[in-house]
Design a protein around this ligand. Structure first.
Ligand code: UN1
Length: 476
């Protein structure tokens, strides 16, 4: 059994769960401990005890640990990428790239440790200076989803540690493997006992205990809207800081003047790579009349060439759906799409492969309207829908007509429309001639409306959540 990490000790627990491969359900990766309430509380207490010491460490001490972590992630990216693909189901290429991304995130925040600055401002009163500095929050609770098993934990843990916080980390139940590897690397990189505590297990037990704990000073969460709202309510109750990333219904606009080859590749990547299981996925393809038939025809042809299979097999373009539950959700939405009048132009069928897994041919709907459920609710699978519009104005209006606002994209060769869209799209991230998904690691990440709440993640903007401001007045 892979144990929990509490106060620097590897601790086994009374219950554990199997981690199975969605490409081959007979492949058991390992057994992972499930923390109960007492173990979770012990992890929180360990973080509380370790927080003051970690807050006192020098930028150099933090730099060394984060940089070592980055180096080990890079050195082991093949192995960790393989584990990632085995437990989550994205292709090996995607697994290795994600591990690389995690390494780069640690490397960026290692640098960020030694780039801390404050402000020195003259007081409005004579002889007084004002110093604005940043302090850690104390204990940060980190709750991560299953779709980026190493990158999302990294982009929350690295800034938390960089800014001097102790961490209680609860990864998604489905992907404890990468979380365990990351905790092990950080421990061996020299992180003091209790500064990072890993509590694998159930949301209803571990997550709930974290939400109920007054000792936690901030919670950063990525996952569904439903759970996100519960996290927000619990944080408000304790008047603690909260950061939420809750998905999207991201539009990709394709205008008449788009480069057709490029637009098709952008749509395929955004909608279907990583099996469509990205909160940044392009799920609404909003296409103007002049290019509509050509675009749909080309996209359908391209979709048919996508090779769905075992995540570790060479030549696989799209891995399996990550779990039986998610597959049920995907199939349910494919049914809903049909029953509401959508035309399933290709895909949507279960596939048989040599191994038992959750293989689904990426689905493309046409003849959909923006108010159909497949265009208003996040599916989180390889399912995309085309919406036909008259012109740019209608495309922009349709793109913005959603309760979400994570990212948006436009394919066009018109500078005028690209610039107008960037300015007027009501999303936190806007892509021109690029997939909505697959973002850089060193710039702010986050959305508007129902997608996000609280300060941005990533890059130097991450400090807004992971630190708090102190204003000091000094009379010389
Ligand atoms: C990406 O598209 O590169 O959960 C990252 C998610 C997002 C991360 C997407 N928070 O899918």
């Amino acid at each position: 059994m892979k144990p929990l990490l509490i106060n620097g000790e590897w601790v086994t627990s009374a219950s554990a769960a199997e981690n199975r491969n969605p490409s081959d359900t007979s492949d058991v990766i390992d057994l992972y401990a499930h923390a109960g309430v007492p173990e979770t509380q012990a992890a929180i207490e360990a973080a509380v005890a370790a927080a003051p010491g970690w807050a006192e460490t020098t930028p150099q001490e933090r730099f060394v640990i984060l940089n070592r972590t980055a180096d080990e992630l890079t050195a082991r990216k093949q192995e960790i990428g393989t584990l990632l693909s085995r437990e989550e189901g994205k292709t090996l290429r995607e697994g290795i790239l994600e591990t690389d991304r995690a390494a780069n995130i640690f490397r960026f925040f290692a640098g960020e440790c030694v780039r801390q600055t404050g402000d020195l401002i003259r007081s409005v009163r004579p002889g007084i200076d004002v110093e604005v500095t940043r302090e850690p929050l104390g204990v940060v609770g980190i709750i991560t989803p299953w779709n980026f098993p190493i990158a999302i934990p990294s982009w929350k843990i690295a800034p938390a540690l960089c800014h001097g916080n102790a961490v209680v980390f609860k990864p998604a139940e489905l992907v404890p493997g990468c979380a365990w590897v990351l905790a092990d690397i950080l421990k061996r990189a020299g992180l003091p006992d209790g500064v990072l505590n890993l509590v694998t297990g159930k949301g209803s037990v571990v997550g709930q205990t974290m939400l109920d704990a007054p000792q936690i000073n901030g919670i950063t969460f990525t996952g569904s809207q439903g759970v996100g709202h519960r996290v927000a309510e619990a944080c408000l109750k304790h008047l603690r800081k909260v950061q939420l990333e809750m998905g999207g219904k991201n539009p990709l606009v394709v205008l008449d003047d788009a480069d057709l080859d490029q637009a098709v590749e952008v749509a395929v990547d955004g909608a279907y790579f990583a099996t469509g299981q990205r909160c940044t996925a392009s799920s609404r393809l909003i296409v103007t009349e002049g290019i509509f038939s050509r675009f749909v025809e080309r996209l359908v042809d391209r979709c048919k060439t996508l090779r769905v299979g075992h995540a570790l097999a060479e030549g696989t373009d799209v891995g399996p759906v990550a779990s039986a539950d998610q597959l049920q959700t995907d199939l349910k939405y494919i049914d809903i799409g049909r029953s509401q009048g959508g035309n399933l132009r290709c895909g949507g069928e279960l596939l048989r492969r040599e191994t038992e897994g959750y293989f689904l041919q990426p689905a493309l709907f046409t003849d959909t309207t923006n108010d159909m459920r497949i265009n208003t609710e996040e599916v989180f699978g390889p399912v995309a829908a085309v919406i036909r519009v008259k012109d740019y104005e209608e495309a922009l209006w349709t793109a913005n007509e959603t309760d979400f606002g994570l990212c948006s994209g436009i394919c066009t060769t018109s500078l005028k429309h690209a610039a107008h869209f960037r300015k007027n799209s009501k999303a936190g991230m806007v892509m021109v001639n690029l997939p909505t998904a697959g973002v850089d690691y060193h710039v702010p990440f986050g959305g508007t409306k129902g997608s996000s709440y609280g300060p941005r993640e990533q890059g130097s903007y991450a400090r807004e959540f992971f630190s708090t401001v102190k204003t000091g007045y000094v009379r010389a």
